[in-house]
Ligand binder design. Structure first.
Ligand SMILES: [Ca+2]
Length: 367
């Protein structure tokens, strides 16, 4: 019996030492406030003229030019502002000094039938005032839902001039994430005109790029052209995935997360034909946004994914050149991060969440 207990103890000790060690370090950074008084923003982009384009969930665009903000209402037809719905992401398609084309994502519809939709907008600056000169709907997710949550909504322009769109599972519709008949819980790909692409991986629906996603709010392409995605798990099971055309990322069949009630969603963590995440967070960090950072401005962060979070209220850096080693940035602010972007000079900008939100520039801290 004593021998058995000794063996058991050795096994426990060995297991502890052999468990994968999350190589988490902290690094000190500073921040500088550059825009303030934003009401529930969702997304920020920067352009080559040094301007910032910030969406507000209320349906307005804030254009910050030479420190002076201008608010432009987008007047999105049928926009549904409820729960996590409203105006969401923006990507800049073509940027000239006085003429900009952008694509925005937003929640459209009403309480009993709503969906993620995309519009293309053309803005012109006349007498120093930005105005919308053209607007057209490009696309809407074909499946209506009755929940005001889990739109996902993140957009990414790919180097081949196609658009990736994260479409959420709508929370109550998670089984649809595995069904090719539904556009919920998917990554979608389309042309900049909102049309299907020629080399689509799924014959059933040419808009589908990958399956089995929950609520994905991070998309980034790295220097080698690999596409990275992150998604919110339920209680635990937040993921970073290497996105590949035609692949199945498992939700809700495989997940390391639990239901908010504490119940297991699935006992399975791996399954044939389903791709496991490259990084998993249990408990959740609530990843909201991601950029691939490659610049000399903050050299110790170069070559990595920078992920903003709502729960840990900081930036998590995943080093793509060092086996996904994680560094959690230590910031002088403790605020929910809604979005992260890199400006034309290689500086990292953080957009905070909620009322009286701000844009902060990340700067090197004192070590
Ligand atoms: Ca997954």
């Amino acid at each position: 019996m004593q021998g058995f207990l000794f063996n058991l103890m050795c096994m426990v000790i060995l297991t502890i030492f052999l468990s994968p060690i999350k190589n988490t370090q902290a690094a000190n950074f500073d921040v500088q406030s550059i825009v303030s008084d934003l009401d529930n923003p969702w997304s920020i982009k920067s352009d080559a003229f040094g301007r910032y384009w910030i969406t507000l969930m209320s349906g307005e665009l804030v254009i910050v030019e030479q420190d002076s903000p201008q608010i432009v209402p987008l007047n999105l037809a049928e926009m549904y502002q409820q729960g996590q719905g409203g105006l969401l992401d923006i990507v800049l398609v073509e940027v000239k000094h006085d003429d900009v084309q952008a694509i925005v994502s937003y929640a459209q519809g009403n309480a009993v039938a709503n969906r993620l939709a995309l519009n293309k907008i053309t803005l012109n600056k006349v007498n120093n005032v930005w105005q919308i000169t053209h607007q057209q709907q490009l696309f809407s997710v074909k499946d209506d839902k009755q929940t005001p949550v889990h739109y996902a909504g993140r957009l990414l322009l790919l180097p081949d001039d196609t658009l990736l769109v994260n479409s959420g599972d709508g929370f109550d519709y998670r089984e649809d994430a595995q069904r090719v008949e539904s556009q919920l819980g998917k990554t979608l790909r389309m042309t900049l005109e909102g049309k299907p692409v020629a080399d689509a991986p799924f014959a059933d629906d040419p808009y589908l790029y990958s399956l089995g996603h929950r609520n994905a709010q991070g998309l980034a392409v790295d220097a080698t052209g690999q596409i990275w995605q992150h998604e919110h798990g339920p209680a635990g099971g937040d993921e970073v995935n290497l996105l590949m055309a035609g692949a199945n990322y498992g939700w809700p069949i495989i997940t390391q997360g639990k239901d908010y009630s504490g119940a297991l969603i699935s006992p399975i963590k791996d399954a044939a034909g389903m791709i496991s995440p490259k990084v998993n967070w249990t408990p959740s960090i609530a990843p909201s946004s991601m950029v691939y950072y490659h610049s000399d401005v903050l050299p110790e962060l170069s070559g990595s994914l920078l992920i903003g979070t709502l729960k840990t209220k900081t930036i998590h850096r995943i080093d793509l050149q060092n086996d996904f080693r994680e560094t959690v940035l230590s910031l002088p602010i403790k605020k929910r991060i809604r979005d992260i972007t890199v400006d034309h000079q290689g500086r990292v900008l953080l957009l905070t969440d909620g009322e009286n939100a701000q844009v902060f520039m990340l700067t090197q801290g004192q070590h």
